[in-house]
Design a protein around this ligand. Structure first.
Ligand code: FAD
Length: 457
């Protein structure tokens, strides 16, 4: 049994920033970071677009786990806002949440991110244009690090932390046990005792987190899933928006069902990628800061939020079933031209090849109306028409829709305003807590908890 003052479970942005801030504020503490995935340099998704075209279900998905967490190969869009990306501000206050996000942004800049542009929607002329078309542009500042710079920042943070904290990779924690006033993190063949434990297991650790909460009698609730598609179109169609704002988060309220549909994760000149969550293949996207790696296309998700009420509790199960259906029909991610969808026919390899948009992901041409529930699909179609009014060309026949994109929300863990469970000293942060859904909120929650711990030393 190894003994530490603090054990951090998970080396995603939440865990990394918890470690960073502990090193800053309480360097005398002995800290271990236990990570299920690989070190940064060993993280490699086998999909190469040539011999391996789609997900082969690796035991540890390199896109989702390892040093840097799910964010490591992400587009590194660092949003500074309380309007989306999580509800951290409801626990720690709006001002503190923004201060912490700005603090992390500053650290990112010091560690390789300097020079990356900060975009802002404040005072943008697009706010009026959106409102005139039943759309709402959400307020945010976004620093676009890009996948390449994001990796540099992570490497620098690791170099800074590695001689101070003990990192254990390929070390999934199986159980957390209460031990007197402390905790024991049990792994295969090793156990780690600690006075304080910070759990930051992200989305890939959602099922595990649920089991830990059940074992330790920690309350949880879950009632939301976002479902939709990833849209890919020529970058010029959205250029007026993306040049000024980079990422525009736009919300549309559907006429038919009065559901909210929103744009999510916009990647100018980016690529569409597969994502594997607990063996289910869904779609995502990212882009590079380096012009040499950029494409002619822009992609973004259109998601419809689905909130369930009693007695149904398994919102993620619902999202998974729909993603499985798409995997069953398409063998992975499915792609359809918008024109084929509105004409009620499946897309074919030939129709996609003849289209004006060259897909950046090799996906199976199919029919999304056989996968997505009518309510979701109607919302997506309505929103594409609304976006066409502010970005003409969005509703062109050749616009590609990849499905399905699912945004799973971890069940929300019952936590105090210190992000502490009912067991004093056991904290849950980042996306694993269900409170954050973004790089900025997850990182900020890590800094927040590290300061709470350092104050008590
Ligand atoms: C392709 C992609 C693109 C994205 N792009 C953006 C973006 O541009 N902007 C943005 O704000 N957000 C983006 N996100 C979301 C963002 O990456 C997450 O919100 C963020 O990484 C959450 O950080 P986290 O530390 O809470 O969790 P994670 O980053 O998920 O890290 C959790 C870590 O815990 C480890 N773990 C899990 N279970 C265990 C266990 N039992 N024992 C030990 N370790 C465990 C995992 O291996 C993982 O490394 C993207 C996500 C993906 C997948």
């Amino acid at each position: 049994m190894k003994t530490y003052d603090v054990v951090i479970v998970g080396a995603g942005p939440g865990g990394i920033y918890a470690a960073y801030e502990l090193q800053e504020r309480a360097p005398q503490l002995k800290v271990a970071v236990l990570e299920a995935g690989h070190p940064l340099e060993r993280r490699k998704c086998p999909i190469d677009g040539k011999t391996v075209l789609s997900c082969v279900n690796c035991p540890r998905c390199s896109i989702m786990s390892g040093f840097g967490g799910a964010g490591a190969f992400s587009d590194g869009k660092y949003n500074i806002t309380n309007d989306f990306g999580g509800t951290l501000h409801e626990r720690i206050g709006k001002r503190t949440a923004l201060e912490l996000m700005r603090y992390v942004d500053g650290v990112n800049l010091e560690n390789g991110g300097a020079g990356c542009k900060l975009y802002s929607t404040a005072g943008s002329r697009f706010q009026k244009l959106c409102l005139q078309n039943r759309l709402k542009l959400l307020e945010a500042s976004v620093r676009h690090l890009g996948t390449d710079v994001n990796a540099v920042v992570l490497r620098n943070l690791y170099d800074r932390l590695k001689d101070w904290a003990d990192f254990y990779f390929d070390t999934p924690v199986r159980h957390i046990r209460l031990d007197g006033t402390g905790f024991v993190a049990e792994c295969d063949g090793a156990s780690f005792a600690c006075a304080k434990c910070v759990v930051s297991v992200g989305r890939s650790g959602s099922k595990w987190m649920e089991a830990v909460c059940a074992e330790l009698g920690i309350g949880t609730k879950s009632n939301r899933v976002d479902l939709g598609v990833r849209v890919e179109l020529p970058a010029v169609v959205f250029e007026h928006l993306t040049d000024e704002l980079y990422e525009s988060k736009i919300v549309y309220r559907t006429e038919k069902f009065e559901d909210n549909v929103r744009t999510f994760c916009m990647n100018p000149h980016g690529i569409v990628v597969e994502e594997n969550t607990n063996g289910i293949v869904t779609v995502n996207g990212h882009s590079y800061e380096d012009p040499a790696l950029q494409t002619q296309n822009t992609n973004f998700a259109l998601l419809v939020s689905k909130h369930f009420s009693e007695p149904f509790k398994d919102s993620n199960g619902y999202g998974e079933s729909i993603a499985r259906l798409s995997n069953m029909l398409g063998g992975g991610v499915m792609v359809q031209r918008f024109g084929d969808l509105t004409r009620g026919r499946r897309s074919t390899v030939q129709r996609i090849e003849e289209g004006l948009v060259v897909p950046t992901l090799s996906a199976t041409p199919g029919d999304l109306s056989l996968v997505l529930p009518k309510r979701i699909l109607d919302g997506v179609i309505e929103m594409i028409s609304a976006l066409d009014r502010i970005a003409p060309g969005t509703a062109n026949d050749d616009t590609l829709l990849y499905g399905v994109e699912v945004k799973f929300y971890n069940m929300e863990v019952e936590l105090s305003d210190r992000l502490e469970t009912c067991h004093p000293g056991l904290f849950v942060i980042g996306d694993g807590s269900g409170i954050t859904h973004s790089l900025s909120h997850a990182s900020a929650s890590g800094v927040f908890v590290a300061r709470e711990i350092a104050e008590g030393v």
